[in-house]
Write a protein that binds this ligand. Structure first.
Ligand code: PA5
Length: 428
């Protein structure tokens, strides 16, 4: 993986980072790296996520999913960190025409009914994921799907794989019905769990190379270094942090690959939930190249100077040439490779932003394969942890998210608490 920060420097961009600012940042990166390495060595909460490439047991995941390996469709029932990694991985890596992967994260009845009506439930595997085992959306959707299976005469216990923490209602239910169950690894917050059973179960059922993904992540782990100039992940994190300090409070992530569209959503959770604390944090924005060049680029080039634009592409793509057309006016397109066209569009966006002095960073994978994706996911997690260290926030907690989850639970359980009172006040 390569990270090009040239267009984030003061010589090109405003806000941009001067060489002196980068040198000062580099000293801080060295100290942050020491802290991160200590956390990894001691398996401390959160930092332990950066050890997943070597602690995740791919074989145990393959064993757990063996009973549902014949599935036509995998339905992941989970939300937030218990869904976005899985969706990102299968979107990027699944072979065309094979088992499909559907995520039921939201509890929109219209959507859930439609998804269920389109499934052949006897050929469906249910992948229920909840670290806490108490999330209302996940448990409700699971009970709805389970009921649909019962009504269709399908033995749901034969079609369900569970990933959860040691305790909680989901663990108890899995135990009661003797369901294949994988543990959420210790010390790993949901949004940092993509490289564990939390993110890998559907990929394993779909036949993706999860070992290759973990190898790629392990290779990225090897690149962590005390200097941002030697480590692509830290270069990205340090520049994002430095630019935020200079006013770039939005980070627009623009993958130039359809298969990476869900990556932008995964990144948005990682960045927002980890770094949005103490009045700080870049707001992640999601876009897709080249599609959003025809909409959002106007704002990114000429709007408020409060953005870092992160452009992302695989260097290698499959080729698909534009065929000949009858009109002379279209002759220039004949024989053009669509991948080359997409890359040209990226370069045009980059140049357009640079010409307007708008900071942007290019992140490149060699190719969009298991190894490349593993490197990318790991590098962005490491970048995020680094930013958290530099900003001095509690990267691995999510009190605002927990507040809402608890309030919803209190309402559903009929408890009168400060949170339910706050909700009621709002409605008066
Ligand atoms: O990252 C997080 O902590 C959250 O997004 C959780 O993953 C999300 O709320 C789901 O929680 P759980 O896995 O406990 O169902």
């Amino acid at each position: 993986m390569n990270v090009d920060i040239g267009n984030a420097l003061a010589a090109v961009a405003e806000p941009g980072l001067s060489r002196d600012e980068l040198a000062t940042l580099d000293e801080r990166v060295a100290r942050a790296h020491e802290r991160i390495e200590r956390g990894r060595t001691d398996g401390e909460f959160g930092y332990a996520a950066l050890n997943l490439p070597r602690t995740t047991d791919a074989e145990a995941i393959r064993d757990a999913v063996a009973p549902v390996a014949d599935a036509e469709t995998v339905v992941t029932v989970g939300i937030g960190g218990s869904a976005l990694g899985a969706r990102t991985i299968t979107s990027a890596l699944a072979a065309d025409g094979g088992t499909s992967h559907v995520v039921l994260d939201n509890v929109d009845p219209d959507h859930v009914s439609r998804v269920l009506s389109e499934l052949s439930l006897a050929e469906t595997a249910i992948n229920v994921v909840s670290k806490s085992g108490t999330t209302a959306e996940t448990l409700s959707n699971f009970l709805v799907v389970r009921e649909a299976m019962v009504e269709a005469g399908v033995d749901w216990t034969e079609r369900t794989v569970v990933t959860t923490g040691d305790e909680g209602p989901l663990a108890a239910l899995a135990d009661e019905h003797d369901l294949p169950t994988l543990a959420v690894p210790d010390g790993v917050p949901g949004r940092f769990a993509a490289l564990s059973s939390v993110g890998l179960v559907p990929a394993a059922i779909l036949g993706c190379d999860i070992e290759g993904l973990l190898d790629g992540a392990a290779a990225a782990a090897e690149t962590l270094d005390s200097s941002l100039f030697e480590c692509p992940a830290y270069a990205y994190g340090a520049v994002a942090y430095g630019l935020e300090e200079r006013g770039a409070t939005i980070n627009a992530v623009v993958p130039y690959a359809e298969r990476l569209e869900p990556f932008a959503e995964w990144f948005a959770q990682l960045w927002a939930e980890s770094l949005g604390k103490d009045g700080r944090g870049q707001t992640p924005a999601r876009a897709l190249g080249a599609t959003d060049q025809h909409s959002q680029l106007q704002l990114y080039r000429a709007g408020r100077r409060d953005k870092l634009v992160t452009l992302l592409r695989p260097r290698e793509r499959p080729s698909l040439d534009v065929p000949a057309a009858e009109a002379d006016a279209l002759a220039h397109l004949e024989g053009t490779d669509l991948g080359e066209l997409l890359d040209t569009e990226l370069r045009a966006t980059e140049a357009s932003l640079a010409e307007a002095g708008q900071p942007n960073v290019r992140v490149e994978l060699d190719r969009l394969d298991p190894r490349g994706l593993g490197e990318l996911l790991y590098a962005m997690e490491a970048a995020c942890v680094l930013v958290g260290e530099l900003a001095g926030v509690e990267t691995f907690t999510q009190p605002a998210v927990e507040w809402g989850k608890q309030a919803a639970r209190d309402v559903l359980e009929g408890d009168e608490t400060e949170k339910t009172a706050a909700i009621e006040d709002k409605h008066e």
